[in-house]
Design a protein around this ligand. Structure first.
Ligand code: AMP
Length: 421
């Protein structure tokens, strides 16, 4: 019979078999963030909807189509975290972090919820490792953030990760570019796909994101933002590139990289890979110098990224990168007879108190059935306690590798196992 309930479409259970991968990537994220001077922040799983509308921007896919929004019982409009930056900026403003030495460097590991069309590598709940450095405009900070992300992928042993880099200007130079872009596309209006006709009105920068074949030539011929940068953005971009070269982080300049969120200014970047289907973006980020103000705060420039961990793990598996498996328990306890069964909790308690991981059998089973389970468990030692041994204050300990079995005194079990487990 099929189960009555399944996990909602686009969500999945992260099962114990996948855990070693998750531990690996989450530990790498923590370790590298700490090395770069970032501290962990946890924001709520849900926020007031206005935060995402003001922060991410109307006209973006996230706000238009992908948010999980509902009215709570107090009639507040609530949205499950649909991206990581706006909540961290909210926390920065709300908790007076502007008074701390700047930049404030924060990282997070968090679930992101988006009503996306599910497919391999695209889920309605996915996990991101993100960092945000707020309160500084120096392009060397941009370089450091990008290097951190690149180090993260490298530490995990990933290869064929391609960094795409662009600068999408600031409120001074971008409007001038957008005018040029709109003019160009107006002249080709009849050649545009339906989505692009809409983008031309709602969010012209996103015209570069179109995947429709017939729009590709138009994108290739379109004016490039990097030809319209103001002096300040140009210098910022040049300094960033030199710093990345000094850090030995290879990149490709991609003048059509724009990213899907409205808050970005100047630097934007993405890490791409191949081999996990259509979902080739592993992570991305950029500078958001206007975000604090659009959330009603004082000016607080920042830069950060969000790296999708589900896709990182898919890529690790695709690239056949092995991760450490947790070791089996140190011992497996078998009991025979009622007195031994009764004594079992006492023995388990003292073994576990001594830090020994011990596996255990429930219910009354034959010696044979218990031994079979001990054999397949992979534990190096099996402890066999029968009523007769118990009476003598002893226990049998079998080395599962050599098959050698020794009787030891019950009060000697811990020192006997300790050096071996
Ligand atoms: P974004 O905030 O859209 O730039 O996303 C950052 C990263 O999160 C992407 O590069 C992906 O690796 C990952 N990501 C975004 N959306 C999804 C999704 N629906 N399912 C799985 N991973 C995602």
């Amino acid at each position: 019979m099929p189960p009555l309930y399944r996990a909602p479409r686009g969500t999945r259970d992260l099962l114990p078999d996948d855990r070693p991968y998750w531990d690996r990537v989450e530990n790498a994220a923590r370790c590298i963030s700490t090395r770069y001077g970032f501290q962990k922040i946890d924001t709520p799983t849900f926020e007031n909807t206005g935060l995402f509308i003001r922060g991410v921007g109307e006209g973006t896919d996230i706000v238009e189509k992908e948010m999980y929004t509902f009215q709570d019982k107090g009639d507040n409009s609530i949205t499950l975290r649909s991206e990581g930056t706006a909540p961290v900026m909210r926390a920065y403003l709300q908790n007076g972090m502007q008074g701390l030495p700047q930049p404030v460097k924060l990282f997070y590991l968090a679930s992101i919820f988006r009503y996306d069309r599910p497919q391999a590598g695209r889920y309605r709940e996915h996990k991101q490792f993100g960092v945000e450095a707020i309160g500084e405009t120096d392009p060397l900070l941009d370089a450091e953030i990008i290097t951190l992300a690149s180090d993260f992928y490298k530490t995990l042993g990933l290869s064929r990760i391609y960094l795409q880099l662009n600068n999408i200007g600031c409120p001074k130079c971008r409007p001038i570019f957008l005018k040029k872009l709109i003019e160009y596309y107006q002249n080709h209006k009849d050649e545009l796909c339906g989505d692009c006709k809409r983008r031309l009105v709602t969010n012209p920068l996103r015209l570069f994101d179109c995947k429709v074949e017939s729009c590709q030539e138009l994108i290739a011929q379109a004016p490039k933002i990097t030809d319209s940068l103001c002096e300040e953005c140009r210098t910022h971009f040049d300094t960033l590139q030199s710093a990345l070269q000094a850090y030995k982080v290879p990149f490709t300049l991609n003048p059509t990289l724009v990213r899907g969120l409205d808050y970005y200014t100047k630097t934007v970047f993405e890490f791409w890979t191949e081999g996990i289907g259509a979902q080739n973006a592993l992570g991305g980020g950029g500078r958001y110098d206007g975000l604090a103000e659009s959330l009603g705060g004082r000016n607080a420039p920042g830069i950060g990224f969000g790296l999708g961990l589900d896709r990182v793990i898919l890529t690790m598996q695709e690239q056949e990168i092995e991760v450490d498996q947790p070791p089996p328990p140190g011992a497996f306890l078998i009991t025979l007879g009622d007195a031994a069964r009764e004594y079992r909790p006492l023995l388990l308690r003292s073994l576990r108190d001594a830090g020994i991981r011990v596996a255990n059998i429930y219910g009354k089973r034959s010696m044979k059935a218990q031994m079979r389970q001990a054999n397949t468990s992979g534990t190096p030692f099996t402890l066999i306690l029968g009523d007769r041994e118990l009476e003598k204050g002893q226990i049998a300990c079998r080395n599962m590798e050599t098959g050698e079995q020794t009787e030891i005194r019950l009060d000697q079990v811990i020192p006997y196992l300790k050096p071996n487990t």
